[in-house]
Design a protein around this ligand. Structure first.
Ligand code: IPM
Ligand code: MN
Length: 360
């Protein structure tokens, strides 16, 4: 296959980790006879510096013409004081909505080799943890109307609108049910706040109707506050969690930490087509940028997700995932997952190690 990727190296550790992702893809290309072509596009802080805006139109155009987008990380303290519409985060939100990527999939899996890195008590972590958060990505609070107004003697007031329609809930619900169908436990937990907010009541009604089309999938609702608690009390109970944009943002950070390091977790964002955007779920880590310290595994695993989800290259994806698991089993670590007896590697060396473990 010839695969054209638009690449957002981004800010902070972004360029370093993306380089390792490309290294792994190139080796996979050699092994399986694919060609990857990369077109760098500007987005985030570096785009603000170069052009004055976080997401230049040219970047969106190239992303739309690509087969998929690979993204490192955007943002950093340098741009934190800019007004909302000029922040680097707008680039991420803009790419997601321009490409119609409504379904964000964030798997949280505890690797055997990293069991000690799990901050939960051993009696909890020994039950294992292998869940996926399916987050609605282009609706809800992050895309509603917002603004400021005068509230008289109460001073200035800010507002953010939260709305969801049936179609938006159905399409993300389907992603979750279809995914659960392909997994061993076949269970969907729909997370909402239906005891208080109206969007959640519509969400719940819609999910219940949808669940009837999937009698082979076990289905339950859970309130978001309870879910936050259950994720640390008994994460082993979850298989597929489906939820709205903001709840998914928060719960996916929580779930990632239970796996030991946010530096390990990949994500995919997909819409109606096979063009997706693949990125690690961690941020740009400006404190360690440029020091060859960042963990490239989340980005490398995002490349594996891309091969599977966008290009249906199942063997190639498995090849990368097995190499990562073996490298960890053999005790190789980056700083964020370092443990007693671990062999510490830098970003580049970890990338090289994973490449050397790729076998058909
Ligand atoms: C994430 C991030 C983004 C989000 C920010 C940077 C806009 O936190 O991908 O989870 O909230 O979606
Ligand atoms: Mn987030």
């Amino acid at each position: 296959m010839n695969i054209n990727l638009a690449v957002v190296k981004g800010d902070g550790i972004g360029p370093e980790i993306v380089e390792e992702g490309e290294k792994v893809l190139n080796k996979i290309g050699e092994m399986y006879g694919h060609t990857f072509t990369y077109t760098d596009i500007l987005a985030g802080g570096c785009a603000i510096d170069a052009t004055g805006e976080p997401l230049p139109a040219e970047s969106v155009k190239i992303a739309k013409e690509s087969d998929s987008v690979l993204l490192g990380a955007v943002g950093g303290p340098k741009w934190d004081t800019l007004p909302g519409h000029l922040r680097p985060e707008r680039a991420l939100l803009g790419l997601r909505s321009e490409l119609g990527l409504f379904a964000n999939v964030r798997p949280a899996k505890l690797y055997d080799a990293l069991a000690d890195a799990c901050p939960l008590k051993p009696e909890i972590s020994k039950e294992g943890l292998d869940l996926v958060i399916v987050r609605e990505l282009i609706g809800g609070l992050y895309f509603g109307e917002r603004g400021r107004r005068d509230a008289g003697e109460m001073g200035e007031e800010a507002f953010d609108e939260l709305k969801y329609n049936v179609k938006e809930v159905e399409r993300i619900g389907r992603v979750a049910f279809e995914m659960a169908r392909k997994r061993d436990r076949k269970k969907v937990t729909s997370v909402d706040k239906a005891n208080v907010i109206e969007t959640s009541r519509l969400w719940r009604e819609t999910m219940h109707k949808l669940a009837q089309e999937y009698p082979d999938v076990e289905f339950e609702d859970m309130l978001v506050d309870n879910c936050a608690m259950q994720l640390v009390r008994n994460p082993g109970q979850f298989d597929v969690i489906v939820t709205e944009n903001m709840f998914g943002d928060i719960l996916s950070d929580e779930a990632s930490m239970t796996t030991g390091s946010i530096g390990m977790l990949p994500s995919s964002s997909l819409g109606e087509t096979t063009r997706g955007m693949y990125e690690p779920i961690h941020g740009s880590a400006p404190d360690i940028a440029g020091q060859n310290k960042a963990n490239p595994i989340a980005t490398i695993l995002s490349c594996a997700m891309m091969l599977r989800d966008s290009f249906n290259l199942l063997d190639e994806a498995k090849c990368i995932e097995s190499a990562v698991a073996k490298v960890l089993d053999d005790g190789f670590r980056t700083g964020d997952i370092m443990d007693e007896g671990g062999k510490l590697l830098g970003t580049k060396e970890m990338g090289d190690k994973i490449v050397s473990y790729l076998t058909k």
